[in-house]
Design a binder for this molecule. Structure first.
Ligand SMILES: [Fe+2]
Length: 204
């Protein structure tokens, strides 16, 4: 008697139902001090004339079964190429003297897709010998799945502190290699930064 066959949940002659493995939800990250409420709906985070490496941040919002999530608000913010946000003091987040820049949101349609034209953000210093590697902040919520606040990173962020060139990804406490975008040159001046975001099931 084949004991391995006798103990399956389906028993003899009826195979156990196959369940599709669930996708791992995208992990959260800190919101940081520079989030501002009230971003506009736009497919751009900055003007077309903004200096820097031109990026299209794009992907899909998926649930854990891999289905596109419709009606998800995707709110994105980032620094400019020098690592500066539109505010340098978090106390100014509601101050109209500092117009919103590098901030926008979209609401996904049935395909779950989002796409923002922007430039690659620079790293910035947060203390003596402490840096944030280049990153893009993202908040996603659809009222159904677990709300997500996270950050997306780049394959490498080289800088030269003193005389040694180093990859800031190695020294940024928050950097997570699971949240690195895929960079694809589309043959003209734009680089695609691709990343699909998976929302956790409710209650997880
Ligand atoms: Fe940041």
């Amino acid at each position: 008697m084949d004991i391995t066959r006798a103990t399956g949940s389906g028993g003899w002659g009826s195979p156990a139902p196959r369940t599709q493995p669930k996708l791992e939800p995208t992990s959260p990250d800190i919101v940081g001090p520079f989030f501002r409420d009230g971003s506009v709906v736009s497919d751009r985070l900055c003007e077309a004339s903004e200096p820097g490496e031109k990026l299209i941040l794009q992907g899909k919002i998926l649930d854990q079964s891999g289905k596109p999530v419709q009606g998800a608000k995707v709110d994105v913010w980032q620094a400019d190429r020098t690592g500066a946000y539109d505010i340098s003091d978090p106390a100014d987040k509601d101050n109209p003297a500092f117009p919103m820049k590098f901030r926008a949101h979209q609401v996904t349609g049935p395909d779950g897709e989002f796409a923002f034209k922007t430039i690659r953000p620079g790293h910035y210093q947060i203390g003596e010998n402490q840096w944030r590697t280049g990153h893009i902040h993202v908040k996603v919520n659809d009222g159904q799945h677990k709300d997500l606040t996270t950050q997306l990173y780049f394959p490498e962020d080289l800088m030269t502190p003193g005389n040694a060139t180093s990859d800031l990804n190695d020294s940024d406490h928050w950097f997570d290699p699971k949240r690195v975008v895929e960079l694809v040159s589309n043959g003209n001046q734009w680089t695609q930064a691709n990343y699909n975001i998976v929302l956790a099931d409710p209650g997880k």
